[in-house]
Design a protein around this ligand. Sequence first.
Ligand code: FE2
Length: 339
Amino acid sequence: MKKILSLLLLITIGCSNNQDEMIVNIYSQRHYDVDQLQYDNFEKETGIKVNVIKANADELLQRLKNEGDNSPADLFITVDVGKLWQATDMGLLQKYEDSSITDGITETLLDKNGYWIPVTYRSRIIVYSNERVKKNELSTYEDLADDKWKGRILVRSSSNSYNQALLSSLVANLGEEKTKSWANAIVSNFARDPKGNDRDQVKAIAAGQGDIAIVNSYYIGLLLSSENEEEINAGKAISVFFPNQAEGDRGSHINVSGIALAKNSPNKSNALKLIKYLTSDDAQKTYVNNTFEYSVKPNIKPNQIVKDWGSFKKDPLDLNMLGTERKSAIRIFDAAGWK
Ligand code: FE2
């Protein structure tokens, strides 16, 4: 009888405690097929059901803000650390506190303030036409401002957060004045008005509409491993170049896709389990082999396609500056007429 009573008590506590609901709710800016695979694997392993709402980061931030204390969100995932910084700044996140959660993750990728955890990283690189550009003509992001690139540069619009992060890194590294001149010069070197996504810039090189493009590294892996012939051919028409690699230079711009606990996370222990899962060696291997992103753990090597590009020096800038410099970056884009 005693046993039955204590069992009943346990069940009662269990039911009244949200933490024991076997769900976790994610608001995610990520837009890759691999994510559902990761969540399905997590669900199989833990029995915790993953609910995902996908939208762009600004919509998700607004939603979190409007929902306030009643938000069902446990986790916020972005493909741009600037938006994680913004969520922190808006008071929408809570610190993860359990410091073991970042064990094994590359130190320079971590949030010094303890709010977000990097899940993958990527570089915003230069790709160039194998037919019309020689590798030794390329060097730095700064060099793209040179007249020799007039009418040859392809890049997407300035409303895109990958471009905003890159420009934030230039503001942080070079200062506002130099970044303004850079943005103005890039606009005058455009092959066409910005349009399309990163993959479209590569396809435009293949179609002869421009000679070099600024894109995220993993899109080249996605193109080369595509089932669509046009995409494979686009991937084969270009080569990858990591800018600012010379000795003494800062390295190529990187950004992280990261995850953070929402301020009012109703299923916090499940959320922490999912963070641990996504940064586990198994899940990290799943990322590198499906999206061609880089692992945040140094022991997990890139996919062979990515390995073939060689290793590169990463800009060691505090990644939160991709958020703190964002407003200046957007102002500079607008003033430069970068559509
Ligand atoms: Fe992307």
